[in-house]
Write a protein that binds this ligand. Structure first.
Ligand code: PMP
Ligand code: GLN
Length: 380
């Protein structure tokens, strides 16, 4: 059959590749980002309760109203920022669908989208599929700081969207208030839409405050925020998230959303609406993951790997320059096959495939797993 691929340069995602390799070689899997511990049994009970209570038919297209209401309350409580549950919040099939739908709604042929590289892998293909022009700005280790003057110089009359991600996957860096203010200034008076991917909003370390785009009133007016319950409540397989944005923009978003998925898993939404009524279920996450980050970096101290501690997300980058100059894809494979520890090579997140001899490790794992992984790293 003759056909033209719309994504000729795209293969299977590195997450699937490395997880499959880990499974094949019976390796500890710190590659794909998911916890290896259970979600709260109270939440699981609430899902089965919702199923048994009959919430088994289509949810309303924008999501369960009760869930949208508690999401709105969460924004009020955490950021003193208001999103109307009726018109400004939509429940999605994970953040991935929210991101795809934002891009699908607004990006057409020739529209330029600025994003920062290394980048989470779902932004670029979504832009390309809609015949937009991805414009990656490469950030450099160890801080991965954004040079906003450089960003300014990349903005043209065709710039339709800027994508940010804080806390950042894969680097573990976070944006500070100065960054968000710079973005606010830069976009003021333009028609640029901002997509702020904040799936790790509850995983920020060392008492830093998450700088949500909604904290900046002018920026908020042009911004979609995407979030993931999978990341927050340790159940990445449930694929439930949400998207918030100003009502005018959200009404365009919903035009696409309704034909994309229409609505998402109803009983889980009912359960999440109940579970979110206890804020400590998410406000205690920072401390929970900080303990894991601290343990992991303590355990690898003195090894040949060097690092800057992650500031947010559940990923830690490790530099292996002192061990070999092998390329990172090859080194990650060898580490999985020979040493039985899987990670993600960083170059795959770089739009220019720049190889900084860095691997990404997911520390959303039990203490036992982290100890076993650290033992392996200490012996390399
Ligand atoms: N954005 C980032 C930065 C991510 O790390 C992920 C992976 N969880 C997503 C979006 C997608 O989230 P979800 O699994 O809810 O689709
Ligand atoms: N967000 C996860 C990660 O960064 C993976 C999600 C996926 O496998 N698509 O590892």
């Amino acid at each position: 059959m003759q056909y033209q691929s719309k994504l000729p340069h795209v293969g299977t995602t590195i997450f699937s590749v490395m997880s499959a390799l880990a499974q094949e070689h019976n390796a500890i899997n710190l590659s794909q980002g998911f916890p290896n511990f259970k979600s709260d049994s109270k939440l699981i009970y609430m899902v089965s309760k919702a199923m048994n209570s009959g919430f088994n038919q289509y949810a309303p297209m924008p999501g369960s109203f009760d869930l949208r209401t508690v999401i709105s309350e969460k924004f009020e409580n955490l950021y003193n920022s208001s999103y109307h549950p009726e018109s400004e919040i939509t429940v999605t099939a994970g953040a991935t669908q929210a991101i795809f739908t934002v891009i699908s709604t607004f990006i057409s042929k020739g529209d330029e989208v600025i994003y920062f590289s290394p980048a989470y892998d779902c932004y670029e293909p979504a832009i390309t599929l809609h015949q937009g022009i991805p414009k990656a700005i490469q950030l450099q280790s160890p801080n991965y700081a954004i040079d906003w003057n450089l960003v300014k110089s990349e903005v043209t009359s065709k710039t339709k969207m800027i994508i940010i991600n804080t806390p950042h996957n894969p680097t573990g860096s976070i944006l500070n208030a100065t960054d968000l203010l710079a973005l606010q200034d830069l976009t003021n008076g333009t028609d640029i839409i901002v997509l702020s991917d904040e799936v790790y909003e509850h995983i920020v370390f060392d008492n830093a405050q998450h700088q949500s785009a909604c904290l900046f009133p002018e920026l908020k007016k042009r911004t979609f925020i995407t979030a993931s319950f999978g990341k927050t409540f340790h159940n990445t397989g449930w694929k439930i998230g949400y998207c918030c944005g100003p009502s005018e923009l959200m009404s365009e978003f919903r035009k696409v959303h309704q034909f994309n998925v229409f609505s998402v898993h109803h009983p889980t939404q009912v359960a999440l609406a109940e579970y979110l009524q206890t804020p400590s279920n998410y406000t205690e996450l920072n401390a929970f993951f900080q303990q894991k980050r601290d343990l992991f970096i303590k355990l690898i101290e003195g090894s040949k790997f060097t690092f800057t501690p992650s500031k947010g997300s559940y990923f830690q980058l490790l530099n292996y320059k002192a061990i070999t100059d092998e390329n990172d894809v090859e080194f990650a494979k060898q580490l999985t096959i020979n040493n039985k520890l899987a990670s993600i090579p960083m170059s795959v997140f770089n739009s220019n495939n720049q190889d900084d001899k860095m691997l990404r490790f997911c520390f959303a794992k039990t203490e036992d797993t982290l100890k076993q992984a650290a033992d392996i790293l200490q012996n390399i």
